[in-house]
Design a protein around this ligand. Structure first.
Ligand code: LLP
Length: 420
């Protein structure tokens, strides 16, 4: 769903004029639509209806407390990858028994926090982690409910930096070693293996790798059961890819068909952990043009947003739409610009040779598809304050993370005695 559209020549989020948000909050700023978050979550629930399925939002995509709360209120669980994300999920009101802890490098402290919180399951990614989890479980006297993340060795056909399910990737236990992991878990105290998980990558625009991976999981479930193991949970990993450029994105109906065909008849309770497809198109990044800088070879639009606010273009060559907040006049002639930020690196480039309608210094623009892996990946590079976040609900909005002051930015720093 897109909640962003022009009304009377001005870009709105639901019933809120984004220029009014920029006037009050300043730029750069992320703005999220509650309606889009809810609609995207409900689309998973509806598409997968009839299956014993739970939908756990991957907090890594957007862990703002207000975003988490919006989804948790709809019934979503939360997939976390750090103690911090787990604390956010709990603080947002997610019941502990709807939280799943994933991640390849959990520490003893992470595992202890997860056990004490009493979360739904811990996805264990190695035999080393299993041993550590058993020790921690015995020490804190809590049994750990374990799902083994396996590496199904499937090429997700997505960007190499976000592909995670091929042999040679750091994630998961190799398929051939899964039975041994179950056997070891039966011997170790404090750990109870109940299922398997896989996550092969993000931004999948072709669903066939999911079909391959889920078939392998189904095969593995049958093998494990044949060897006498109880496998009652199956975690299917992240969600489907989204359309950034207006190109075709996979449909949830097709995804659900694949799930039904491959793992629907195993009698397992199922789980999916979508991030991007829930919050990606629910957010924009607002920015203001500082300068239009014409050059002999290229023309630049210099914005007040930078790579530290939205790193996806610099990191993955990702494409985000850039649209003016004031709707261009009919027939406005577009020209090509490189769209850049103020940071002192050439990689601080959002787009090269992008066709844009006429823009002038002071104009406002919005990056579309910025609700996922945007604010969460922001940094304070160049001592730029973390970008604020705003949540819209129908005709009102609220700042859900404020822009820090300089004093807040340096509050944790101190001078050693010899420099004081
Ligand atoms: N579950 C696990 C175990 C994951 O590692 C991920 C994403 C997800 C679920 C959610 O996947 P999604 O539904 O969002 O595709 N920063 C990158 C994306 C990294 C994804 C990492 N794992 C980007 O900006 O494209």
């Amino acid at each position: 769903m897109t909640a962003f559209s022009y009304r009377n020549g001005a870009l709105f989020a639901e019933d809120v004029d984004l220029a009014a948000v920029a006037a009050q909050v300043g730029t750069p700023a992320y703005v999220y639509s509650s309606a889009a978050l809810v609609a995207n979550y409900r689309a998973y629930v509806d598409a997968l209806a009839g299956l014993p399925m739970s939908v756990c939002f991957a907090a890594k995509a957007n862990s703002n407390l207000a975003v988490l709360r919006t989804l948790v209120r709809q019934g979503a669980g939360v997939d976390v990858v750090s103690t911090g994300e787990m604390q956010r999920a709990l603080a947002a009101g997610c019941p502990a028994d709807r939280i799943v802890f994933s991640g390849v490098g959990k520490t003893a402290e992470d595992l202890e926090a997860a056990l004490l919180a009493g979360i739904h399951q811990i996805n264990v990614e190695s035999l080393q982690e299993l041993e550590l989890l058993s020790q921690v479980a015995v020490r804190v006297r809590r049994d750990a409910v374990v799902v083994f993340r396996v590496n199904p060795d499937v090429d997700a056909k997505t960007h190499a930096k976000i592909s995670t399910g091929r042999k040679g990737d750091k994630f998961g236990i190799e398929l051939e070693d899964t039975a041994a992991a179950f056997e070891r878990a039966h011997i170790l105290p404090g750990v109870r293996p109940v299922g398997i998980a896989a996550h092969i990558g993000s931004q999948l625009l072709d669903l066939s790798p999911y079909r391959d991976a889920y078939r392998r999981l189904a095969e593995l479930v049958r093998e494990l059961r044949g060897a006498g193991h109880v496998v009652e949970r199956l975690d299917l990993g992240g969600g489907i890819g989204i359309s950034y450029k207006g190109d075709a994105a996979p449909s949830l109906a097709d995804y659900a068909r694949i799930v039904r065909e491959t793992v629907g008849d195993l009698g397992c309770s199922l789980m999916v952990e979508p991030g991007r497809s829930i919050c990606g198109d629910a957010g924009v990044l607002l920015s203001r043009v500082i300068f239009i800088k014409p050059g002999r070879t290229r023309n630049f639009v210099i914005l007040d947003a930078a790579m530290n606010d939205l790193i996806r273009p610099a990191m993955y060559d990702a494409w985000h739409g850039i649209v003016p907040l004031r709707q261009p006049a009919e027939g406005a002639v577009e020209a090509e610009f490189d769209v850049v930020g103020p940071v002192c690196e050439s990689s601080d480039t959002f787009a090269k040779g992008r066709a844009l309608p006429p823009l002038a210094a002071g104009d406002l623009v919005a990056f579309t598809g910025a609700g996922a892996y945007g604010a969460v990946m922001a940094s304070t590079y160049n001592t730029r304050p973390l970008v604020p976040e705003v949540l819209v609900d129908k005709d009102h909005f609220a700042i859900v993370r404020k822009r820090p002051t300089f004093e807040e930015m340096v509050a944790g720093e101190s001078l050693p005695p010899w420099l004081a």
